[in-house]
Design a protein around this ligand. Structure first.
Ligand code: AHG
Ligand code: MN
Ligand code: MN
Length: 337
């Protein structure tokens, strides 16, 4: 019998005995996220053909212009996840406040945090974009859901993952038992296991950073980036530079091939002294995924998963990728060379 591939549901069942996460309710949550991603992927794949490109004319809580596909993806996820029957509330990068599941809809004790479309600036030029998600359980099932259920340590996540909309559509996720990749087979509409138990090389061969910000970095940050451009690296040669401008795409390449992604703190925008990326919907889920693939993630000082969020849209510097490279960069950024 030809091996027809392992679906996500089958993969969760296989891991059933190993993970308290593999309950029917978690499977339902992940399958609703998958359904949402299939809807978003369909729109992404035809974005150039219908009037879904461009700006809506609105500005979001991040102060960024909202693109039509951002809005479509956000609305699709909120609509579907409200009806998943396993959530009590969610938070989107695009929404200032938490979104509670209405009382007239079935609820559960999961908390969902997401970036509906990551890499928005790449939408109009047909470059990889993605959706990032982070899943927590309520602090106390007996209480009403509140902001405190969202302001958590990254280490409290029960699952995290992303969808990558590119030459193929992929799902990468972890429940704390390794990081696993699935590729959508459009002919059957199923995500099939394509990258079981991903492991990131200890050192990489490329570094990803927007160097146009270098005049806004502190001296130690500049020295850390210069290190990867020098012959002092473990390779004895400079790393190649690779920067797509979509966190999910840059991260995915470095997780598979090895390498380091850096979005350091910069003084470019006084309203964002801790850099551009968001802790809850970008850095924390990617840090969980990366550590489960054997890599590391810091804010240039401490482990991302050891940081407790103090506000819903808190920004954080992100140094993530191959463990050896992240440890070296973090050491230099701490002035330890
Ligand atoms: P989003 O589209 O969700 O706002 O995220 C964009 C982020 C991230 O995807 C990427 O790594 C970073 O912005 C790129 O920022 P710069 O253009 O400043 O380099
Ligand atoms: Mn993003
Ligand atoms: Mn986004």
């Amino acid at each position: 019998m030809e091996q027809l591939g392992i679906t996500v549901t089958e993969h969760i069942l296989i891991h059933q005995k190993e993970s308290p996460m593999a309950t029917g309710r978690f499977t339902r949550l992940l399958n609703e996220l998958i359904f949402s991603a299939k809807i978003i992927s369909r729109e992404v794949n035809k974005a150039g053909l219908v009037d879904i490109l461009g700006l809506t004319g609105e500005v979001n809580v991040q102060g960024e212009n909202v693109r039509k596909l951002d809005e479509f993806a956000n609305n699709a996820l909120i609509y579907r996840m409200k009806r998943a029957g396993v959530l009590c509330a969610m938070s989107s990068e695009e929404n200032a406040e938490i979104i509670r599941v209405p009382d007239n809809m079935p609820k559960g004790n999961y908390i969902l945090i997401f970036d509906p479309l990551d890499g928005s600036s790449n939408i109009d030029v047909n470059v990889n974009i993605g959706t990032i998600f982070s899943i927590h359980r309520m602090v106390d099932d007996g209480e009403d859901v509140s902001l405190q259920d969202f302001l958590r340590y990254g280490s409290e996540q029960v699952a995290a993952g992303y969808f990558l909309y590119g030459p193929s559509t992929m799902l990468v996720y972890t429940t704390g038992k390794g990081t696993h990749g699935f590729t959508l087979d459009p002919s059957v509409g199923e995500f099939l296991l394509s990258h079981p138990d991903i492991k990131t090389p200890e050192h990489g061969k490329c570094y990803s950073v927007n160097e146009s910000n270098c005049s806004y970095w502190d001296e130690n940050t500049r020295r850390a980036v210069e290190y990867f451009k020098s012959s002092e690296t473990h390779r004895g040669t400079p790393y190649s530079t690779r920067y797509i401008g979509s966190l999910v795409a840059d991260f995915h390449r470095n997780m598979l091939y090895g390498g380091i992604f850096m979005y350091p703190a910069d003084s470019k925008d006084p309203s964002k002294p801790r850099g551009k990326l968001r802790l809850l919907c970008e850095a924390a889920p990617m840090a969980f995924i990366q550590e489960q693939a054997g890599g590391a993630a810091t804010d240039g000082k401490q482990r991302i998963l050891d940081i407790k969020a103090s506000s819903l849209h808190e920004r954080i510097p992100l140094i993530i990728g191959s463990r050896g490279d992240v440890e070296k960069a973090t050491s230099i950024m701490q002035g330890k060379g």
